[in-house]
Design a protein around this ligand. Sequence first.
Ligand code: NDP
Length: 474
Amino acid sequence: MNGVASVAPFIEYQTTFQNIEREIKVADYDYDLFVIGAGSGGVRAARTAAGLGVRVAVAEDRYFGGTCVNVGCVPKKLYVYASQFKDSFTASAGFGWKLGAQEFDWSKLVANKTKEIDRLQGVYDRLLQESGVTIINGRATIVDAHTVIVNDKKFTASRILVATGGWPFVPDIIGKEHAITSNEVFNLPALPKRLVIVGGGYIAVEFAGILNGLGVEVSVLERSAKVLNGFDEDIREFLIEEMTKKGVNFYFNTNVDRISKIEAGYIVHTAEGRDIETDLVMFATGRVPNTKGIGLEALGVELDRVGAVKVNDDYQTNVPSIYALGDVTNRVNLTPVATAEAMAFVKKLYANTVAKVDYDNIPTAVFSQPNIASVGLTEENARAKYDDIDIYKTVFRPLKNTLAGINERTMMKMIVVRSSDKVVGMHMVGPDAGEIIQGMAVAIRAGATKSVFDSTIGIHPTAAEEFVTMRKPV
Ligand code: NDP
């Protein structure tokens, strides 16, 4: 959990902050820092700064923990676990188990998930309170460079941090009101028999896997030729093959024209002339920065063409007392990036330390089934950047799948610059890909060469050992 790590290492900066504070307190503000949004980035910034003696308030009008805790990473991963049991039950027979009839209770999963999320919200609330942060429940509007209004009450602050995250984007098509987004999918009153997911990004493939695993007939409609734009081409193709084997229907080069309501559900009409009948439609067509209605435009804070707050390397906007970080700036929209940005922001402003986030080689995982994880360059990007690329690749059936009678395969791929021997990209599709690539990311950031991987002894029998035993480029 990103949000619950210790602030202890930053206590050492406290004295430095107290010195800096004396210099920056040019006016008598209610707070030194007013944070808008208690998501991953906002909470981390608020409580870390408060731990240094900064007077911090945080305003939140929805839920503590933001998207990640409430309608993102955390409940998503719990649902991924839920959806994997069906395969495990089937696989267990090959290992000698004999199970009785299995039944899945969606409402129980939703209730248990909600209980866990409530607990985590409580943890966030407590962490903020214990750090001395003032929590203000309500929607904040910035009225001038140092003033925020929440529930008709004015608060002044030396600095204001906008950490309002993102919100699902739904294209403007006829019938879009019939569709849900990832905000609603977690709490559906009942599981549909059939689901159409529009989009082919992270959320689309993750939910296709979840709902397919829970017995829903899932169709994914993607406007381009493959899912997961930006990932390595081999990885994209391999995932499509494996998900298709599991029963997910893909429609590529397909654009939704309109959605119409019929008695028993909906029809998704595509621009290509196809009509797909379904019980539920979900849009997973990207997210937009949450910058509307918080007073940014009126104050002249510069936004880009998608509405993201423009910031410099220190997360400062063109209005010097206003800062922004995380998804609202639309750089790399991942929870650990937002928390890293929050730490860099606090260290720079309140601990007098230069702590820049390095946006290169950020590892990422997609909790599709099978999982994907990547760090570094794709083969395509590496070929564009270097003339001498070697590709190491392996495809195999994991040991567990032999007795399980499951034909799902794993793919692992490594991209090496021949002249320098540097490993510049690693990609995996298979069980626990995120767990494996996290360690590999450390090696890549440390500048590991292929020879270092070759001289590393494998852990046998694991899938991860393949990364240290690939000898021949393909
Ligand atoms: P993504 O940006 O990943 O994917 C958006 C998808 O929607 C793409 O397939 C895109 O197609 C398609 N699309 C975009 N606009 C339209 C349109 N107007 N009509 C039809 N299709 C459209 O967005 P997601 O919503 O899946 O996720 C949002 C972000 O949240 C991710 O990018 C990621 O940063 C984060 N996230 C991270 C997760 C993780 O770390 N595991 C999990 C979930 C989300 P095309 O490719 O052709 O452009």
